[in-house]
Design a protein around this ligand. Structure first.
Ligand code: PLP
Length: 377
């Protein structure tokens, strides 16, 4: 989302293109919107969405907790000023020595989705808390995380029972309904599964007390998505429906919805061409592509709003591609993107809602291109 502050920064500082500019005012506003919409739910910001130190520092000051995917992310959150008890290690795929190092730093909450991972946690982080992640199908999500993470509810119950036997604290269930999830009902389906695990574990004498509702809340790439209050209402209703009088503690782990709308990528047109004299579709090559920040255009999954200075002029569909010598570096082709016919080489192109999953995804030097530079303002 373009803001006055970002526009002023681009005009006055004129940073080299391409670059990502993140407006902390938007980050703060989105974080506080979650606090208001779900006041009884702890927010653990998913660091991987945008680990820029200034973003982490702001969220530490606002009182956020953090979901880290790795030891370097845990260290980054600690360096930003958070205490270790505000960090959960949510990746279900961890080296045992990283679990031990996180535990030594004071991290006490680990996610697992298999017996083998549970055994690692029991050895490397004795007495720690665990949540078991259950599978969801990712339906309704533009960037599904389905099938790689989680186990079925029956296995989750067994894992949690074993966790207790191993001396760990069996806290509860985690899930992620898929990123950029457009259907609030996805949480209802997942909560119904979570409640069934609570019941079957309770029959074995263990009372679970936590549901980690994951991320998945959307950024506003386009207009027609439910607003946050609708997600919150669906979640609250589902908690009452499936848990009755024993509503567990809850955690959400938004990444995209906190930082996505806060960032704008400034890029530049490198080339505009056609493949033959009669070709009706122009190819527009930008100085940013799949390998220096726009990885989520894979399969055209995420369709960023793209703005130019002449959007009011007549527009025609274009193929948009990145600058590298790799044929996978094409952003939008199956669904061509309308760009002004007067667009020219050297023109500025703004890619909006680009604060999440862009800079950290950029390669360190593919084709000699440096990683996408981030400016946090
Ligand atoms: C990536 C991730 C998130 C953040 O997901 P968003 O869709 O960006 O909100 C939250 N939790 C876990 C465990 C993740 O892996």
């Amino acid at each position: 989302m373009m803001t006055d502050r970002i526009r002023t920064f681009l005009d006055e500082v004129r940073p080299d293109s391409p670059c990502l500019v993140v407006d902390l005012e938007t980050v703060q506003e989105r974080y506080l919107a979650f606090r208001r919409a779900l006041p009884d739910t702890a927010v653990h910001y998913a660091v991987k969405a945008n680990p820029a130190p200034d973003v982490l520092r702001l969220l530490v000051q606002l009182g956020s907790a953090f979901d880290a995917a790795s030891l370097p992310e845990i260290r980054a959150v600690l360096a930003a000023g958070a205490s270790a008890e505000r960090i959960s290690y949510g990746n279900t795929i961890k080296k045992e020595r990283d679990i031990a190092a996180a535990h030594a730093l004071g991290v006490r909450m680990f996610a697992v989705d298999s017996f083998a991972e549970l055994d690692k946690v029991a050895r490397a982080a004795p007495g720690a808390g665990v949540v078991c992640r259950i599978l969801t199908d990712g339906a309704g999500a533009d960037w599904p995380l389905s099938c790689k993470f989680g186990c079925d509810p029956d296995m989750a119950a067994e894992i949690l029972v074993r966790a207790k036997a191993l001396g760990l604290v069996a806290h509860g269930i985690a899930f992620h309904v898929g990123s950029q999830q457009q259907e609030p009902d996805a949480w209802d389906r997942a909560l119904s599964m979570a409640a069934s695990v609570f019941r079957s574990v309770a029959e074995r004498g263990i009372q679970l007390n936590l549901v980690n509702l994951g991320g998945g809340f959307p950024a506003h790439y386009h207009g027609n998505i439910p607003n946050l209050t609708e997600y919150a209402r669906t979640i609250k209703e589902a908690l009452h429906r499936h848990f009755g009088n024993r509503i567990p503690e809850t955690v959400i782990e938004p990444g995209r919805a906190i930082v996505g709308d806060a960032g704008v990528i400034r890029s530049e047109v490198v080339l505009i061409s056609r493949k033959s004299a009669g070709d009706s579709v122009r190819w527009v090559f930008l100085d940013i592509g799949r390998f220096n920040g726009l990885a989520e255009t894979e399969n055209e999954a995420i369709r960023y709003p793209i703005r130019t200075a002449s959007d009011h002029a007549r527009r025609e569909p274009c193929v948009i591609a990145g600058p590298t010598c790799d044929s996978a570096d094409v952003l939008y082709q199956h669904q061509p993107y309308p760009l002004p016919v007067c667009l020219d080489i050297g023109d500025e192109v703004l890619i909006e809602c680009a604060g999440a999953y862009t800079a950290p995804y950029s390669s360190v030097g593919f084709n000699g291109i440096r990683p996408l530079q981030t400016y946090v303002i």
